[in-house]
Design a protein around this ligand. Structure first.
Ligand code: ADP
Ligand code: ZN
Ligand code: ZN
Length: 738
């Protein structure tokens, strides 16, 4: 007898719902993953509750095997569907992103699914103190065990003296159910969660904040605006306690993978085995183990980067986004182009859990949400550093004056002086260079040409190895080539590196300040597993006086010996052509400033710039970020810029520039009437800021419309049908870079 089931399989980006015959495998439920064949190829597909129609007389292909039962539960699927709408893409696409890699779609291997066990779990919560029923002592103990530690395998329960016959008896009374599925190895080893470390007594401000949050009940969202070093992380940890004790899980997100080790350690000291980490640095099997542990429903505290927002956590009590303003929370490609903060908002609403956004420099968007009439976001302040340590004063070095005085070097005299004095005081400094590499690019002093990547529309960067050998490298496609001694345009040999990368700053410092011990902190030097942490550990252990690094140096590190934070060329940040340039550069500079003076000794911040009167520099000096936000709001409102308008970016790419361009135009003509009717307008199509990357020519079409209005676009699939197959389209409904 044929038993039809509907299965989502990958056919195009949308996925398609097809019917298969499940009579050869055990009972299937919506959310199970199965192996099926489509056009001769093996696929992993997702069993759906919907019914695809089976025309009479059609022979169904069989479901070959069940790969994973209950891979997707209905509530979680609901979240993914909402995200797909937000990101204007197919639910299938979001599912593929949220499931462990390779689970859904073609070509997956069986290995990632591993061994299954018979697992017992409660059908309803069991009130532990209930002794006045007709259950035997052992039966009660078993239910308590499951209530406290979540689902467990029957073999594990047996080891605890709870035999299969007890399980069977309770299953007959429908107090628990058993199921063949995977259990994360350590899951059953997790005992009741109890704090491992005594937390410090809270400051008065921290106490007030915590009380406000506790009194708010679930479903509330808070913006915790606390200056750097004010003890926000401690507040997050305190907020985790209640949900964990109540058997719920917590998501604690941080923008940079480099910040994970520090945060993990703090969490593990407090919550032991309940802590799970999830980020791109983990191997596939570790990610899978973390994913399964989350899905098991046993309470855990997940410390992760943006993709952790999709983890299946059936009982979620709290989501924390640390440094909520950080642009790393936004995924630009591939689709879905989501912002983890937006997903967190949806998730907190669907799962009725508390949302806590923390930052020393809140995003304009979040801050505005605290100011509207029925503000959906409550505002909480931490205005002082722990132990009333002062925020470090900011000193601006006007590089124009340095030049006028005949000092042409990269590092100004005031900075040199301060750096020179570090060793004898036993203090340390961090120096921000807003780029990486030896220098930004190579250019010809005769004809002015910069050496470009042959595949991308960007200049190549000079890199230098330990042996002094130099080569050129593209930051976009990783193309590498030897340095030519002659300009390929005019043949000149007057060929000079321009700009200042981390490497060049290291060299200058070495020359100018002999004996100063330096460490470099950028994507190249922190490569590999725990690369960040190893470098930070060495710096924290006092192996160097100065840490020279790019953006990631400004974020989150808490090192008491650092008394000086300096930025070499603030101008590169200030003058970026982007709507959010001012906001983002002030955020970065204030974060950098926050690294100094966190310990006993007071700190200082030094900013080298050619634009000392720029409003970002002004607000950096006066430290009044709130005033900046007000000013910036007025600027955006007046110019009708985001968030006072809504933007959507369509990105096109293909190997041929002419085809990319004409496709963008064709698409615009097809949607023009519809978008104009909705009060939207189109800007472009135009070449993207990087018009060529890895051999693909890139164009973009910017759409603008009234704030908060829905996208006036047909479905992704319809848009794709307007384009030749060679043209790739990505839709970014609320792009961060404009
Ligand atoms: P933020 O996240 O706001 O930058 P942290 O939570 O990292 O601040 O706190 C800064 C430093 O102060 C850390 O070293 C932390 O251990 C310490 N700290 C935080 N709260 C307290 C407290 N209540 N008592 C003592 N030290 C604290
Ligand atoms: Zn030249
Ligand atoms: Zn390239």
């Amino acid at each position: 007898m044929v038993k039809p089931v509907s299965v989502w399989v990958e056919a195009g980006r949308e996925g398609r719902l097809l019917s298969y015959d499940a009579s050869g495998v055990g009972p299937l439920q919506a959310g199970d993953l199965v192996r099926v064949r489509l056009r001769g190829r093996l696929h992993a597909g997702l069993v759906s509750a919907e019914c695809a129609e089976v025309p009479a007389g059609v022979q169904l292909e069989p479901v070959l095997e069940q790969l994973e039962s209950a891979a997707v539960d209905p509530a979680w699927q609901h979240l993914l569907v909402e995200v797909s709408m937000l990101c204007h893409t197919a639910p299938f696409q979001v599912l593929k992103t949220a499931l462990p890699s390779g689970w859904l779609g073609q070509k997956r291997s069986n290995s990632s699914h591993g061994r299954q066990q018979l697992v017992a779990e409660l059908t309803q919560p069991y009130p532990s103190d209930d002794g006045a029923n007709d259950l035997s002592a052992k039966q009660q103990r078993l239910l308590q065990e499951l209530q406290r530690n979540g689902p467990q395998s029957l073999s594990k329960l047996e080891k605890k003296g709870l035999s299969r016959s007890i399980v069977k008896a309770l299953e007959q009374r429908q107090l628990l159910k058993t199921q063949r599925r995977h259990l994360e190895d350590k899951e059953s080893a997790v005992e009741a969660i109890s704090p491992q470390e005594q937390p410090p007594p809270l400051s008065a401000e921290q106490q007030q904040v915590l009380e406000a949050i506790k009194a708010s009940g679930d479903q509330q969202a808070w913006l915790l605006w606390g200056v750097t070093g004010s003890g926000k992380t401690e507040v997050y940890l305190r907020c985790c306690l209640e949900p964990l004790a109540a058997g719920q899980s917590v998501l604690l997100l941080t923008p940079e993978i480099g910040l994970i080790p520090q945060l993990l350690e703090r969490c593990r000291r407090r919550f032991g085995d309940a802590v799970v980490s999830f980020h791109s640095g983990l191997g596939e099997s570790e990610r899978l183990r973390a994913w399964r542990r989350c899905r098991s429903g046993a309470p855990c505290l997940v410390v992760g980067t943006r993709s952790a927002i999709f983890l299946p956590l059936p009982k979620l009590g709290l989501i924390v986004l640390d440094e909520e303003h950080d642009s790393s929370y936004k995924q630009e490609s591939p689709m879905p182009c989501y912002h983890a903060r937006e997903v967190a908002w949806i998730r907190s609403r669907l799962q009725k859990c508390l949302l806590l956004l923390g930052s020393a420099t809140p995003s304009l968007e979040s801050w505005l949400l605290t100011r509207s009439k029925d503000a959906p976001l409550g505002l909480l302040h931490l205005s002082k550093r722990i132990r009333e340590r002062p925020l470090p004063p900011v000193r601006v070095v006007d590089m124009r004056l340095e030049l006028a005085d005949g000092h042409r070097r990269l590092i100004s005299r005031p900075l040199l002086e301060r750096l020179a004095a570090l060793p004898e005081r036993g203090q340390q400094a961090v120096v921000l260079v807003p780029r990486r590499g030896y220098s930004t690019f190579l250019s010809c002093r005769s004809c002015g040409e910069a050496v470009q990547c042959p595949h991308c529309d960007v200049s190549l960067t000079v890199h230098r190895g330990r042996d002094g050998h130099s080569w050129l490298r593209c930051h976009w496609c990783d193309h590498r080539e030897e340095i030519n001694q002659r300009c390929s345009h005019c043949g000149s040999t007057a060929f000079k590196p321009f700009g200042a990368g981390t490497q060049r700053v290291m060299d200058s410092l070495e020359q100018e300040l002999e004996g100063l011990r330096l460490l470099r902190f950028d994507r190249d030097s922190t490569r590999g597993r725990d690369g960040h942490q190893r470098l930070l550990d060495r710096f924290a252990a006092g192996e160097a006086d100065v840490l020279v690094g790019t953006q990631m140096l400004a974020k989150g590190m808490d090192l008491p010996q650092v008394t000086l934070a300096a930025v070499l060329a603030a101008d590169g940040l200030l003058h970026r052509p982007d709507v959010r340039a001012a906001e983002q550069s002030l955020q970065l500079l204030l974060q950098l400033a926050g690294r100094a003076g966190r310990g006993e000794q007071p700190g200082e911040v030094l900013v080298q710039t050619y634009s000392p009167d720029h409003r970002v520099i002004r607000h950096l000096v006066d430290g009044r970020y709130g005033r900046f936000l007000e000013e910036e709001t007025a600027v955006r409102e007046q110019g009708q810029l985001v968030p006072y308008c809504r933007a959507c970016l369509l990105r096109f790419s293909s190997p041929q520039a002419s085809i990319t361009a004409s496709s963008a135009t064709t698409l615009l003509e097809a949607i023009r009437a519809k978008i104009e009717q909705a009060g939207w307008c189109a800007i472009g199509p135009a070449p993207a800021a990087r018009a060529k990357v890895a051999g693909l020519s890139r164009w973009q079409l910017l759409l603008q419309g009234p704030a908060e209005s829905p996208l006036p676009l047909p479905a992704e699939q319809e848009l794709r049908q307007l384009l030749p197959r060679s043209v790739n389209l990505s839709i970014d409904p609320d792009p961060l870079e404009l």
